[in-house]
Write a protein that binds this ligand. Structure first.
Ligand SMILES: Cc1cc2nc3c(=O)[nH]c(=O)nc-3n(C[C@H](O)[C@H](O)[C@H](O)COP(=O)(O)O)c2cc1C
Length: 172
């Protein structure tokens, strides 16, 4: 092989014909997994999201991005308060509950915080937020939240990369 057996990176211009390629390229960026919870007119809701990111330390701001196409988008955009749970590996099995037509909070042990938002005890970290700003983000909306209260406990983070779940192995 002219390239000495090395695989060449695939280059593409984002567009309708390269939707899969763009997803695959974005999936190379390993993230954690969060569950964003709200109390809605339809009861407690949880939304699995890996678009979570830290924004600012002072003031304490974080963001996540729900898709405009989500059935629950209106509830999340309109929620003044919400909680972002950073999931441990042990919560992997719980994610199916919050996929479309999953059991959601049914039969699950949870509490409500001072703002009435459902909060789960399993989170490695929890950020209880008040909506601070929203920004258009194409087919998503970027929701920035002010962290009113936070909690953190030891545990192994759940990692999501290249469409798969796994764990984190420190290098040395
Ligand atoms: C690990 C993981 C991360 C996800 N991250 C996001 C995200 O950041 N934003 C988003 O809109 N949907 C994300 N989704 C998909 C949503 O959780 C949800 O299933 C999808 O938007 C369909 O929502 P609906 O049932 O309200 O229509 C993610 C799903 C998984 C499993």
């Amino acid at each position: 092989m002219a390239d000495g057996g090395q695989l060449q990176p695939m280059e593409f211009v984002p567009g309708p014909k390269a939707a899969r390629a763009l997803r695959d390229a974005l999936g190379c960026f390993a993230t954690g997994v969060t569950l964003v919870t709200i109390e809605s007119a339809e009861g407690p809701m949880g939304f699995a999201a890996n678009s979570f990111a830290a924004v600012s330390l002072d003031p304490a701001l974080v963001l996540w991005s729900p898709a405009k196409s989500s059935r629950r988008f209106g509830h999340y955009l309109g929620a003044l308060h919400y909680a972002i749970h950073v999931l441990p590996q042990t919560a992997h099995g719980m994610l199916a509950r919050f996929a479309r037509d999953g059991a959601g909070f049914d039969g699950l042990d949870f509490a409500r915080n001072a703002d009435g938002v459902p909060v789960l005890p399993q989170a490695l970290a929890r950020f209880e937020c008040r909506q601070h700003a929203t920004h258009d983000g194409g087919d998503h909306v970027i929701i920035v939240g002010e962290v009113l209260r936070a909690a953190c406990q030891p545990g192994e983070p759940l990692i999501f990369a290249q469409g798969k779940y796994g764990g984190f192995s420190p290098l040395g």
